[in-house]
Design a protein around this ligand. Structure first.
Ligand SMILES: C[S@@+](CC[C@H](N)C(=O)[O-])C[C@H]1O[C@@H](n2cnc3c(N)ncnc32)[C@H](O)[C@@H]1O
Length: 397
């Protein structure tokens, strides 16, 4: 089938969130390589599934094939929507693979059987190998011997372990030559579906768990669960570890927010120590929200409220007594302080006048000016050699 495609360079593509750094583009050499490969290939057919398109370069380039898009990231969804609109008009809406796919525990064969079989699947290699592993298990259910499956990534993102995953989950795999520091992976569906469990759920969904003693009450155990792709899913993050002893006991009726909650560790500690408080948890990643939900459920905590959201964008208008934050300083593989900056600014809006924002961050990260922009009182309350715990009070908004 012939189809029309547009090179990313000929499209109007913006990153989300917008970056002050003009050298950062909304696509990279791996996107270009994938698109060029497809344009030369004779076997490309819809239905097309695009996995992990970061800002929409692949989706916009291949719009004529009406792709279905699967991404874990709310930031990517926002970028893809906007870029599709800018390049193909406001009537062109992205078709996201939504719902329970993000939650492996709810993923079952009945649901998968109802989905389309894809003739072509494009995968941008994600940052976390565990997420790729999970995604490949799902993709395998959506393809057959006739499907074309091509992945692309920067050479630094593709290791022997990456290629081994394609080999072991999908089938025979080879790689392209490197070009502009990017590489493609070609994989052929081979074996029968060999890993379905008799109860219809997928095996090999690798959920990690660790346990800690609640630092507030000191007599409760908390089990923390991490789905594939979630931050610090195997063990407590060093930053969170430094912050935990400073978390206060909430009062009944208090409201707390855990912003960028990951597996829910910070919010769960607060919620467990005070079941009479409400804890709102947000993260831009769907697997993070699913992990936090599992953490709450498995510890029988019923006072968590969860939002997949860019910072606090999706939250209702609440006023919190406490906001806790271990902010990201990367978006995928790119360093950025922009997300933390937005988190602090929004925290000032969502805090009660007497409320407190607590932030843990690597000491080299220059957050002070951003915190001071939004709060009249900012101080460091920890003495750790690697991490600062900031306490910000008196929101300026
Ligand atoms: C350093 S991790 C902290 C996770 C967890 N709170 C902990 O302490 O282990 C930062 C988290 O922020 C999330 N995140 C990144 N960008 C975000 C955004 N724009 N809005 C909400 N969450 C975001 C990431 O997905 C990640 O889970």
């Amino acid at each position: 089938m012939t189809f029309s495609f547009q090179k990313p360079i000929n499209l109007t593509l913006s990153r989300y969130p917008k970056s002050g750094d003009r050298s950062l583009r909304a696509w990279n050499a791996a996107d270009e390589y994938l698109i060029e490969q497809l344009s030369q290939s004779k076997q490309i057919n819809s239905p097309l599934l695009i996995v992990n398109d970061q800002f929409g370069a692949l989706t916009c380039s291949l719009n004529s094939l009406s792709p279905v898009i699967w991404t874990d990231s709310q930031l990517s969804k926002i970028a893809i929507k906007q870029n599709l609109k800018d390049n193909h008009g406001s009537s062109t809406k992205p078709k996201f693979l939504e719902g329970d796919l993000a939650n492996p525990q709810n993923l079952n064969l009945e649901m998968i059987k109802k989905m389309a079989r894809f003739n072509t699947v494009l995968v941008r290699i994600p940052k976390h190998l565990s997420l790729l592993q999970f995604q490949l298990h799902v993709i395998k259910q959506l393809v057959d011997e006739r499907s074309t499956i091509i992945a692309g990534g920067m050479t630094k993102e593709i290791h022997n372990s990456t290629i081994a995953l394609f080999e072991s989950i999908i089938g025979p795999t080879k790689t392209s030559l490197a070009r502009k520091k990017s590489r493609l992976i070609f994989t052929q569906f081979k074996t029968e579906r060999d890993y379905q469990a008799s109860d219809g759920s997928l095996q090999e969904i690798d959920i990690k768990q660790y346990q800690l003693t609640n630092p507030i009450t000191e007599n409760q155990l908390l089990n923390v669960y991490g789905l594939p792709g979630v931050f610090a899913r195997e063990k407590l993050d060093l930053g969170s570890q430094v912050l935990l002893p400073f978390l206060p006991q909430l009062s009944a009726g208090d409201i707390a927010i855990d912003i960028g909650c990951g597996n829910g560790i910070l919010g769960a500690v607060l919620a467990q120590a005070q079941p009479g408080a409400k804890v709102y948890l947000t993260d831009e990643s769907e697997v993070a929200i699913s992990s936090a939900q599992v953490t709450f459920r498995e510890n029988t905590l019923s006072n968590g409220i969860f939002f997949q959201s860019d910072c606090l964008d999706e939250l209702p208008q609440i006023k919190a007594n406490l906001i806790v934050c271990n902010p990201p300083f990367h978006q995928q593989n790119t360093q950025t302080l922009d997300i933390a900056k937005k988190m602090f600014k929004q925290s000032a809006k969502f805090l009660d006048r007497d409320g407190t924002l607590m932030v843990v961050a690597n000491r080299h990260l220059k957050y002070l000016p951003y915190l001071k922009n939004s709060f009249a009182e900012v101080k460091i309350i920890s003495k750790d050699p690697k991490f600062n715990v900031w306490q910000a009070r008196l929101p300026r908004s």
